[in-house]
Design a binder for this molecule. Sequence first.
Ligand code: HEM
Ligand code: HEM
Length: 188
Amino acid sequence: MRQEFASVYNPPARLFHWATALLLLVQYVLAWAMPDVHRDTKPVGLIAWHLGVGVVIVLLVLVRLLWRSVHPAPPEAGNLPAPLRALARYTHWLLYLLLIAVPLMGWANASSRDWPVTLLASIPMPPLSPAGSPVGHALGDWHRVFAWVLLALAGLHVGAALFHQFVLHDETLTRMLPSQRKRVASKQ
Ligand code: HEM
Ligand code: HEM
């Protein structure tokens, strides 16, 4: 009998994963390269890029989560003890949560500064807080703090992926790599 099973993430899931990782990298570079934001700062140049890339990230992650809700992850690879498997799953869901919360906090802060937020520099997006809002102002501080938490968690996640690959020698990483195909198992 010939049996086919998908032991890898499906192609859109892999595309979403690597697009998110790449955009996140770009977003941190922009965040640290852009000028400091003060009361009278204008949202131009690298700051405009930071807002634009951030909006794309949050929309991409929302689409990714929709996709994920109808296409579950493939079975886990390797032989991790149950508590470590649970830790990996919690880390993934926390990453998703932060990938949405961090940009929304930055967006609310931009709105409180009365900065226009647009998708692809053309489609106006709604403000997430009223201009001058003290809450929107405070969310700017939380945005920066949670951007560090997101970075630390992503670092832990990348470390775990490399640990699977080079220490445990299991198939965890290959399940997420672009070149993987559906595996075909033959049972005679
Ligand atoms: C996952 C996506 C995002 C990440 C990782 C991120 C990261 C960061 C980081 C690290 C800073 C601090 C820069 C510094 O201290 O020099 C920052 C500042 C800022 N970001 Fe983002 N950002 C994201 C999305 C967004 C979005 C979507 C917006 C708005 C539409 C935004 C608006 C801002 C603003 C206004 C500041 C300055 C906040 C302040 O100093 O009060 N960010 N961002
Ligand atoms: C830095 C930005 C990254 C973020 C935000 C991120 C986020 C995520 C999330 C949320 C998942 C869960 C997928 C799901 O089941 O729905 C995941 C899975 C995975 N990621 Fe990442 N990732 C990042 C970078 C990386 C990098 C650089 C690597 C490789 C070195 C990697 C390797 C993996 C692997 C192997 C999985 C599958 C884990 C499993 O199912 O057990 N990720 N990632």
